[in-house]
Design a protein around this ligand. Sequence first.
Ligand SMILES: Cc1ncc(CO)c(N)n1
Length: 227
Amino acid sequence: MQFTTIAHNANLASWQASKQHPFIQQLLAGTLPLATFRYYLIQDHAYLREFGAIQDLAAEQALDTDIATQLHAGAEHLRQGELALRQTFFDRLNITDKEVANTPVAPTGYAYTSHMYRALMTQGTAGAIAGLLPCYWLYAEIGAELAEQGSPVPIYQDWLESYRSDDYAGEMTDQLALANRVATPDNTPALLDIFNKSSWYELNFWQMALTHETWELTEPSDFSTTT
Ligand SMILES: Cc1ncc(CO)c(N)n1
C-alpha cells in the first residue's frame, strides 16, 4: 500500500475532528469572531514562513536533484501564492507589518514548526516531506468539502475558496507523489509517526486560534489533576 494511503487511513479521526472543530464550524456559519480570524492569520503567517524555510532546507539536503528542485519550487509557490494572497487579507483587515512583527508566535504554532524541523533533523528530506504533507492535504480537503457549503462572511469564503483552487490542488498532488517517492519500507514507521503528529498539531492549531493562546503562565490554582 502507498505511504499516502496508509497515512490518510491512520488520520481519518483527526482530520474529521479538524473539519468539525468549532473554528471551522463557526467560520462556515459566519459566527467566528473576526478577532479570532485575525489572530489565526497572524499566527499562520509565522507558520507559513517557517514552512517555506523548512522546505528550502529539505531541498538543500536532498541527494536527488529532481526532489530538490520540486521542494524549492514548492517553497517558491507558497511565497508567490498562499503568502501573497494572505497579504491581501492582511490589507483587508488592517493587519500591519508592525502588528505582525510584535506578535509572539504562540506555543502550539511554535511546537508544530519545531516538530517539522525535528523531522528534518531525524529523518532528513523524507522526514520533512512527511511532516509538511498534512498541511497541504488537510486544507485541500477542507477546501474541496467545505467551500461549496460556504460562509456568509466574504473573507471567510475567500479563505475557503483559496484551498479549492486548481493551483492548490495541483501543488498538493505533487506533494503526494513526492511523499510516495521518498517513503521506503524502512522509514515508513518513522514517517507515519511524523505525519500523525503534524495532523495532531493541525487540529490543535484551530484550538490555539479559538482560545487566542499565549505564553501567559497558568494560575497555580488552574493546574488540576484529571484523575
Ligand atoms: C497551520 C496550517 N496548516 C496548513 C496550511 C495550508 O497551507 C496553513 N496555511 N496553515
